[in-house]
Each structure stands twice: as C-alpha cells, then as structure tokens.
Design a protein around this ligand. Structure first.
Ligand code: ADP
Length: 371
C-alpha cells in the first residue's frame, strides 16, 4: 500500500493558465482523502497529475518516498475510476475488467481468478457476459470500479465517479465505495464537487479554491473550525449565514451590521481577538442549526441574541428551514434550521439566540478566520 505526498505541486496550462498554485498535501497509507471544491478549482487537474495523465509543471509528487513526476501512468501502480466509466462498448463486462491485466500480459488463469473475485465483490458475477449498454448506470460504474480493483494497485483514484447517477443510487454507491475502502484497506483519493459526498466519505478532506489548497482537515474540523470564510460557507448544508459589519468600540466592544448589534462577550478571548479590528470590516458567521428560539427551546448559558422576521418556511419532515431577515435589511436572506415542532408563519417575529461557542468571525478583507 502507499503514501502519496504532494510537495509544492504546480500546474500551468498553455497560455499561462495556472490551475494549481503549489499544493502541499500528505495522503497517508490506507487513508480515504477527498479533494473538494467548486467547478474549475483544479481538483481534476490535481488528480490527473497524480495519475500521470497531466504533466507536472513544478514541485514533487512522491509515492512511498519515491519521486514519480516523470513516471508514465502505467508505471505508477495507480488505477483510476472515471466519471463517464470509460468502458469499451464492444467488450463484455468480463473483457472490460480483464483488459488492463491482458495488456500487462498476466496469465489467463490469474486474470480469470481476479476478475471473478472482483465481480463477486461488486455483485457483478451474473453480468460478466453482458455488454455495457445492457446495464444500468450503477452497474456500469461498478464495472469501472471492478476494472480498477483487478489491478490491485497501490492507490485508487476516483474522478467524480457518482455524478452521472440519480440521487438515490448515488447514496447507495457512496456507501459501497466506503465499504470497499474498509475491506481493501487501500489508499484512495476521491474528487467531488459535492460537499456532502466529501463529508460522508473522507477520512480527510482537501478543500480547493482557484487552484489553492484552503484547508486539509477531518470532516468535523472543517465544519467546526474552518480556516476561512470560503471553507465555512462551502462545508455544511444549508450554508453558514454571513453578516458583513464592523467592530465598534463604545462603552463596550460591539459587532454592528445595520440594525443588528451585539456586545462581544468577554469569554473565549473573543474581545482580545476582535479588538484589533475596531473600525474594520468583519464578517459574522453563524450556522442555521445553531440558532435557537428563545421562547420555546432549551436555553444556553451564554448567548448572543437577535430579533428576526420569518419570510418563508420550508418543512422537510422532522425539521424546517426558515428563511428570515433582520429589521431594515429585507434584501438579505438568512436561514434558521428549527425542529418542525416550531411552526412559524410568514411575517412572524422571533427572538433567536446563539451559543457564544458557535459565533464565528472572519476578517472582512482577507476572509481569514479571526475567532
Ligand atoms: P475542476 O476539476 O475543479 O472542475 P479543473 O482541474 O478541470 O477543475 O480545471 C482547473 C482550471 O484549469 C480551470 O480554470 C480550467 O479551465 C483549467 N484547465 C483545465 N484543463 C485545461 C487544459 N487542458 N488547458 C487549459 N486550461 C485547462
């Protein structure tokens, strides 16, 4: 098995398009690492550089301590699963899965044994003589995974493998790939633009934006301790609410944004961290799930409180997403996630609180997290 290290890895395409601006990431043996970010952030480029399908413009790519920048894809002992499956239509499932091994001149008996084992693993045994067009999208994706499995590579790469599947099948395949990882104990690198896929699958997540690694962390650390506003807004659904304002020093240190104003609590070194920002733009971030209704819900000891007006309520079963605005700021909509036991009406005024542990602040200029 394998450790993969990216040291200041860079990619510059023709016409000086800088797709990756120097990525430093360590992927440990047996780890499931997800590369996530919006379209165009460079995640496929990064994966293709690891696979050897894209030339590396700078930095070092190390596999198990060896620099492999100049090794051809076939010599890297890596197998990749593509979004569009990339199956040969005229070949049967067996032939598709066997193809890579045949090219590498494996003995027939060994090929048969490996394909049958992988087919058993993926529930494809009874489909081995079918052709791809006689199979569903989910089955085709399994064949594509099977083709990677039979190679028994050091590292598995997945490039948005589930994006062509419908929502239900996507959840099912997500669980299957996770189980595959647990059983194989292999190093896997997985690309997706879907933050929920990233959160549910990754041991470790690499968040990318504009070719720059924003944060490398566990799913829960990304959620609780985002290093900047981009990560805070990208991870979590519905997204974190952001309110742009300033820090002011009157009788007390305050955050002020239009009609919203609250004193900065003395706890958690919040005043210490925010006082250098007096007079400067600061973004206050608060997650929809951390607001609570002061009149009906369990109170927390130390909270910051605000008055909101509900605009629209979306019940989704056990809970509801309530969209609201602050007084005089009708053009900005925020989200409050409540238990469906609280049924709000459009126009209703609610006093909400937030546990001070849940307050997040970002530098209005650099977007770096302050507190
Ligand atoms: P993602 O996978 O996150 O959507 P990509 O890695 O495909 O992003 O692309 C990253 C950036 O590199 C984008 O700006 C894209 O337009 C650019 N890019 C990708 N492939 C090429 C190419 N072959 N030539 C020039 N620019 C490219």
């Amino acid at each position: 098995m394998a450790t993969v290290q990216l040291n200041q890895l860079k990619k510059v395409y023709d016409k000086d398009v800088v797709a990756i601006k120097g990525a430093d990431v360590t992927i440990n043996d047996k780890e499931f690492v997800v590369l996530v970010g919006p379209s165009g952030c460079g995640k496929s480029t990064l994966l293709r550089m690891i696979a050897g399908l894209e030339e590396i413009s700078g930095g070092d790519l190390m596999i198990d301590g060896d620099r492999v920048n100049d090794l051809s894809p076939k010599d890297r002992d890596i197998a990749m699963v593509f979004q569009n499956y990339a199956l040969y239509p005229h070949m049967t499932v067996f032939e598709n899965m066997a193809f890579g091994l045949k090219l590498r001149k494996y003995p027939k008996a060994e090929i048969k044994a490996r394909v049958e084992e992988a087919a058993g693993f993926l529930g494809l045994t009874e489909y081995l003589e079918r052709r791809p067009k006689e199979m569903s999208g989910g089955q085709r994706q399994r064949v594509a995974i099977g083709r990677a499995l039979v190679r028994q590579p050091k590292v598995f790469l997945f490039d948005e493998p589930l994006s062509n599947l419908d929502a239900k099948l996507r959840v099912q395949m997500r669980i299957e790939i996770k189980r595959l990882h647990q059983q194989l104990q292999a190093t896997m690198i997985y690309v997706t633009h879907d933050q929920i896929e990233a959160m549910t699958m990754g041991d470790k997540i690499v968040v990318l934006k504009d070719g720059v690694v924003q944060q490398v962390d566990s799913p829960m650390n990304l959620f609780n301790n985002p290093s900047n506003k981009f990560v805070a807004g990208f991870i979590g659904s519905p997204s974190m609410n952001f309110l742009n304002g300033t820090i002011e020093q009157g009788n007390e240190l305050k955050f002020v944004a239009g009609s919203v104003s609250f004193g900065i609590p003395n706890e958690l070194q919040l005043r210490e961290k925010l006082s250098p920002f007096v007079g400067k733009p600061v973004t206050f971030g608060f997650r929809p799930e951390y607001l609570y209704d002061k009149s009906t819900e369990r109170q927390v000891q130390l909270s910051v409180d605000m008055n909101i007006t509900i605009d629209v309520t979306e019940p989704i079963g056990s809970e509801a997403f309530n969209y609201f605005h602050f007084a005089g700021m009708e053009d900005q909509t925020y989200c409050f996630r409540s238990s469906s036991a609280n049924q709000y009406q459009s126009g209703q005024k609610v006093e909400v609180g937030i546990d001070i542990n849940r307050l997040r602040f970002f530098d209005g200029e650099t977007e770096a997290r302050i507190a």
